[in-house]
Design a protein around this ligand. Structure first.
Ligand code: PAF
Length: 273
């Protein structure tokens, strides 16, 4: 595995590379969710490139940027074992200038849900993803469905800015008890972790209702809220894949999303119907 930590050697390496490039952007603290993206990239491409960069532009003031979990030597080993060809670990100064051209996420779908709680977050995500896409010029780029709104906005950016990159959506990977894998799960103590399981239970409540042919989103949200009673719910929402709120479930084009706070930790999860 080649380790690259500067822009010029990345550009040289990309210029010399032949074949399909599969790109997995990450902020490190890799877990099985990331590994499933890397595995898929390995199956579908000649070259697999993983980036690890904790992107300051997507953190709001007071969020956990300074304390975001890092475990670079474990990440390194995991990438090596997974057959990654190139691990790119730039610094903030390499990626950003002081007063630079910025990408703006679309208003309607980026200032709702995650974007309402974290205004500007998706501008920062799109900014860094576009920079990475331009540097790496991947054939395929891999994103998890857990960050459903991020995935939808990245797909929209690729389409709106005419980028020639396939966005590959990857399934949510869960612990045995149903908790969606996340780098932030390490913040949870035993009690918080038990409470966090209610998120998946509430999503199961929704999917069971839909299996029994309930399609009214308002009623589904009421039952999910009941399943989360006593917890600090930030939102429960039912949208289509373009992140427009819907009133009735549309099989094949519905995402049910939940965000709650457990202790100081924000957790998000969703299911695609
Ligand atoms: O999903 C993430 O880890 C980040 O938002 C991403 C896509 C690597 C951009 O910083």
């Amino acid at each position: 595995m080649k380790l690259i930590n500067n822009i010029n050697s990345l550009k040289d390496t990309i210029k010399q590379s032949k074949g399909l490039i599969g790109f997995v952007p990450t902020m490190g603290a890799l877990h099985d969710g990331h590994m499933s993206l890397i595995k898929k990239a390995r199956e579908q491409n000649d070259i697999v490139l993983v980036s690890i960069f904790i992107n300051p532009a997507q953190f709001l003031h007071g969020e956990d940027f300074e304390h975001y979990p890092t475990k670079i030597s474990e990440d390194n080993n995991m990438c090596k074992l997974a057959g990654v060809d190139i691990l790119f670990t730039p610094t903030k100064d390499m990626m950003y200038a002081d007063d630079e051209v910025v990408v703006k996420a679309p208003m309607l779908s980026s200032y709702m849900l995650e974007g309402l709680k974290r205004p500007g977050h998706f501008d920062g995500v799109l900014q860094v993803v576009l920079k990475l896409f331009n540097l790496i010029q991947p054939t395929n780029a891999y994103f998890g469905k857990k960050d459903a709104q991020q995935l939808s906005l990245i797909k929209q950016m690729v389409s709106d800015l005419f980028l020639d990159i396939n966005i590959i959506e990857c399934e949510i990977i869960r612990e045995n008890d149903g908790l969606a894998m996340s780098s932030r799960n390490i913040y949870l103590d035993a009690n918080d972790r038990k409470l966090a399981l209610n998120i998946y239970k509430s999503l199961k409540t929704a999917s069971n209702m839909i299996k029994q042919n309930h399609t009214n989103c308002e009623q589904i949200i009421i039952n999910m809220t009941n399943a989360l009673i006593g917890l600090d719910i930030e939102y429960i929402s039912i949208v289509n894949q373009r992140f427009r709120k819907i009133e009735k479930i549309i099989i094949g084009d519905t995402i049910i999303l939940v965000a709650i706070k457990v202790g100081k930790t924000r957790l998000i999860d969703n299911i695609w119907i």
